[in-house]
Design a protein around this ligand. Structure first.
Ligand code: FE
Ligand code: FE
Ligand code: ZN
Length: 277
């Protein structure tokens, strides 16, 4: 089953996102629990949540892939930023319990000038403070492009973080196609090989969701600039190959391409037409 959608705005609440998803042919979606810059979050209205859950059940939606704010940096060199990030993530996860059994995706963080080992240490110790064994949400580390001091470019870094996380059954990975391409994984000519490497280092059982984006830059550019589907260096054929891969084909796929809703609707339609059940 192809579960595909895009980022939607949370500003009008949960039911509004469900309706908007239906309008564009989506059966999953992503949203920021608060302004992506990280300000305060809206109060949850349980009636509104129930309406979304009804829409999702009636239309057989896949799991949602909620996105943490960009300002979160669990491994910052600034103790106040680390504390703030921990508080935001813990609060978001508490709120996620209102919509249980979905995903919460976050950027592992930037180690600034502290080095990757320090980054791994901070991220995992913060996750150990935040994740509870009872929570119904799986948190997803996003694969990153490796811009600046970004953590999570290599599968080994992700594995090292997971290894040091106590309740690691609550931790998975979201594969962003633009990011891993920019990070140096050749998903155009050797997607099977990339997945084999993912499997041997992290384990495919951890792969829970995909951000499907084309890239404005060539392989290994460490840039992270998304392109519309078919308008970048990855290209439409490789992206179609990815959504049809047996390891991917039932995962929620989120478009993060530079589009308005009509553009997303068209991309969803094109991808559906090229999906082989
Ligand atoms: Fe992201
Ligand atoms: Fe992404
Ligand atoms: Zn990106």
């Amino acid at each position: 089953m192809l579960y595909i959608g895009c980022h939607l705005s949370y500003s009008n609440g949960y039911e509004a996102m469900g309706k908007q998803a239906l309008e564009i042919g989506a059966n999953t979606f992503a949203f920021f629990t608060r302004n992506p810059r990280g300000a305060s979050a809206k109060k949850i209205n349980s009636n509104d949540v129930k309406k979304l859950t009804d829409i999702m059940n009636e239309n057989k939606f896949g799991k949602l892939v909620v996105h943490a704010p960009y300002t979160m940096n669990l491994c910052s060199d600034n103790a106040e930023t680390r504390r703030f990030s921990r508080k935001i993530m813990a609060d978001d996860l508490m709120r996620m319990e209102a919509i249980p059994d979905n995903y919460y995706n976050f950027h592992p963080g930037c180690h600034m000038k502290q080095g990757a080992d320090k980054g791994i240490e901070f991220i995992s110790s913060q996750l150990n403070d935040i994740i509870s064994p009872q929570q119904k949400t799986i948190v997803l580390l996003e694969t990153m492009a490796g811009k600046g001091s970004e953590m999570g470019r290599t599968f080994n870094e992700l594995r090292a973080i997971i290894d040091r996380t106590e309740y690691s059954d609550k931790v998975g990975v979201c594969l962003d196609t633009c990011h891993i391409w920019d990070g140096g994984y050749d998903i155009v000519n050797n997607f099977d090989g990339v997945l084999e490497e993912f499997d041997s280092i992290i384990g495919l059982n951890r792969l829970k969701a995909v951000h499907l984006n084309d890239s404005l830059n060539p392989l290994d550019s460490h840039k992270d600039r998304h392109a519309k589907i078919g308008q970048g260096y990855i290209g439409i054929n490789a992206l179609i190959n990815i959504i049809n891969h047996p390891a991917i084909k039932n995962l929620p796929i989120i478009l993060e391409t530079p589009n308005d809703l009509d553009g997303y609707k068209r991309e969803i339609q094109i991808l559906r037409e090229n999906y082989n059940g």
